[in-house]
Design a protein around this ligand. Sequence first.
Ligand code: HEC
Ligand code: HEC
Length: 319
Amino acid sequence: MIRAGRLALLLSGLLLAAGAGAARDAKGSAEAQVALGRRLFHDGDLSINGTLSCATCHDPRHSFADGVRAHPGAHGEAGLRNVPSLVNVGSLSPLTWGNAGLTTLELQAMVPITGEDPVEMGMKGQEAELARRLSANHCYRKLFRASFPATRGRIDFASVAAALAAFQRTIVSHDTAWDRAAAGGPPLAGAAARGEALFRGKAGCAGCHAGREFTDLAFHRLPGEPETPENGDFGLARVTGRSEDRGRFRTPSLRNVALTAPYLHDGSADTIAAVLARHGAALSPAEAGDIEAFLGDLNDTQVTHNAAYARPGRSCEVS
Ligand code: HEC
Ligand code: HEC
């Protein structure tokens, strides 16, 4: 039960020990870190057998999710949870569906790379192998040096995690119909306007899906969450071991939600209507339709088509 929690502690120890400042290298070029992070994000060499990059599961064109219930790991192990979008992830903490200890993107990055519960990229104990692979590439050597001059561009888990975090902090979307209305632009109209009124009023959605990112970053148990989940995933209780945390999951952001089906931590809901049923929300079909129209106004397709997030080409960002 407490495996994942211990993992987070272990990882923070690892990053503090090995990092020795890599994560906050003041002299490093922020631009180089972002360029490096983008390369790493799209690189299959971060997985043991080259089959998985971060982008395999977090596909930019899919709003940094993948459209399947749960993505298998590098060796084909079944995935446990649905892949969340990474839009505005730099504003979210804690991270993931059910771990209050994963407070930074640097810490979180080590979970897919070295985690064993489940195995995703399968690189536990492979720090030297990762350094060997990456240092074989000229461009990586230059980018690590420009990013982390204090350690002369040392390639280790800490510098990889720091660069991935720098890139992920650039995945920002605040240009939706809703954002424009909030900034004094044309107000939402028709079904979307009725949907927002329901969302903030009678339907009570905004109590949890609060603020600009539509999440209170807290853990809740939905009324429709099964007592004994099929995949054995007890949410926050996996980490804390406390029975009162069974079935509690972090409220997800709703940005780009119309682009990221299937939904919920287990990917078990194919439609917004199925999500609302799991919430136990008593809404007429017309009201549910209005809420769905409102959620559609949280879409930003700029972010899914932004060339700055795509797989980088061959030519190196630094000379
Ligand atoms: C095999 C698929 C897979 C791969 C590969 C993968 N992820 Fe994830 N990612 C997930 C899943 C599933 C979750 C949710 C995990 C959970 O809640 O326990 C997640 C969660 C996250 C989160 C938390 C988002 C939030 O809203 O809290 C971040 C950040 C993230 N991943 C970044 C990365 C990075 C960086 C990489 C590459 C080093 C990566 N992921 C590789 C599947 C994957
Ligand atoms: C008590 C807090 C709470 C309230 C109130 C609430 N939600 Fe949620 N919502 C959550 C949690 C927690 C999850 C994730 C549950 C899970 O994965 O099992 C979630 C998941 C979702 C999802 C799926 C997002 C995804 O990416 O998988 C949508 C859509 C959603 N809620 C919309 C709504 C709407 C619309 C309302 C109002 C009718 C609402 N929620 C009310 C807490 C809440």
